[in-house]
Design a protein around this ligand. Structure first.
Ligand code: MRU
Length: 363
């Protein structure tokens, strides 16, 4: 997608052909800064500190982190160490583990001297596949937006939570891919952008990328979504996911579950858009089994933004001394999910629905 009219991706190889460059998402929307990653630790820190974030992008960064690690040392111990270090960075998005396992499985059987070159080839493949997968999610999801438009004859109001746009993937995104595809097809639409406290991925990142792409949108406080649904202002919700179980339970940014409850109470269809790499086929009950990342309390008690002077400042917004808790994700049970938009089509959120789209996974 575009920044200032120029097509950009979130991650790419530097001109020297080996270092990795990423857009530093901790600096958006105030500045577009490119960060260069040269080592395993650089990649791990970028994921942990959310310079890069979003489930698909974390996976691709993990894959490139393996390349950087193997460039330095490629024996079995180095390979295992790289997987361990990268896997420990963020626990909820299963795309990370998926990418690391895929890389490790392919590389372990290769001669040590060939591993680094093969890692680069594979990481590029994982990145390209992510683009095509997200594009396909967009195509399938856009049909829902078109249907809503044809039914009402009015611009379609889509509500989304957090950032599951191109900044969360290599390009296109998951939840926003249908929005971009529908927008490009000329279907009139408008996006309600949940602010997404505590880190404000909605107001900082989703609003930024929609604005850059010319998609009409409005930011709303997280607490306003239920009210908007009660008043008929939302035609459908589309969110992303960090881990989806084989039963169709969906883990996504904290607050997603509340939106699904409000959507159910108001008859608003609620979709999760995700690639197969987000499905954890080993898990059934998401509330019980999906590990939920706990992040620092300071993300709740403090906020960061740009002062009138242009300086980026962090201020305390909570009463000094009060404790705060910061679970980064929650799980929306399958019963509240109208459907799962994947690269293969739209499934009901159930074991049977997902089995129909991915029959080879059921063995
Ligand atoms: O903590 P973040 O910013 O990495 O959380 C991102 C989300 O919750 C996204 O909705 C999810 O990763 C899907 S991204 C296509």
């Amino acid at each position: 997608m575009k920044i200032d009219g120029t097509h950009r991706r979130t991650i790419w190889l530097a001109d020297d052909g080996w270092a990795v460059e990423v857009i530093d998402q901790t600096r958006l929307p105030h500045a577009v800064v490119v960060r260069r990653l040269e080592t395993l630790d650089d990649a791990a820190v970028a994921i942990r500190t959310m310079v890069v974030r979003g489930a698909p992008l974390i996976g691709v960064t993990g894959a490139y982190g393996m390349c950087l690690a193997l460039r330095a040392a490629a024996d079995d111990a180095a390979l295992a160490h790289a997987v361990e270090v990268l896997a420990a960075t963020r626990p909820t998005a299963v795309n990370l583990r998926w990418a690391l396992d895929r890389m490790a499985a392919a590389l372990a059987s290769m001669p040590v001297n060939d591993r680094a070159a093969e890692a680069y080839r594979l990481a590029a493949l994982v990145a390209e596949e992510d683009v095509e997968t997200c594009r396909a999610i967009g195509r399938h999801g856009a049909a829902l937006i078109r249907e809503a438009y044809e039914r009402t004859g009015k611009p379609v109001n889509v509500l989304t939570h957090c950032n599951a746009g191109w900044l969360a993937a290599v390009d296109w995104g998951t939840a926003l891919a249908p929005v971009y595809a529908a927008h490009e097809a000329g279907i009139p639409l408008h996006v309600w952008v949940d602010e997404t406290r505590p880190r404000n991925q909605g107001s900082a990142l989703t609003a930024f990328e929609l604005g850059q792409h010319g998609v009409p949108h409005t930011i709303l406080a997280d607490n306003a979504g239920g009210h908007m649904m009660q008043h008929g202002e939302v035609d459908l919700c589309i969110v992303g996911s960090d881990r989806t179980t084989a039963e169709g339970d969906v883990a996504n940014k904290i607050g997603t579950y509340l939106k699904a409850l409000a959507a159910r109470d108001n008859g608003v269809p609620f979709y999760a858009a995700l690639p197969e790499s987000t499905i954890d086929w080993a898990l059934g009950d998401g509330v019980r089994d999906i590990p939920i990342e706990e992040r620092p309390a300071e993300e709740v008690t403090h906020m960061t933004g740009q002062a009138a002077s242009g300086e980026i400042v962090t201020v305390q917004v909570a009463a000094p001394g009060s404790a705060a808790v910061n679970p980064a994700f929650d799980v929306t049970p399958a019963r509240l999910v109208t459907g799962i938009i994947t690269e293969r089509g739209i499934a009901t959120a159930s074991r049977e629905g997902l089995a129909e789209l991915y029959p080879e996974r059921q063995a």
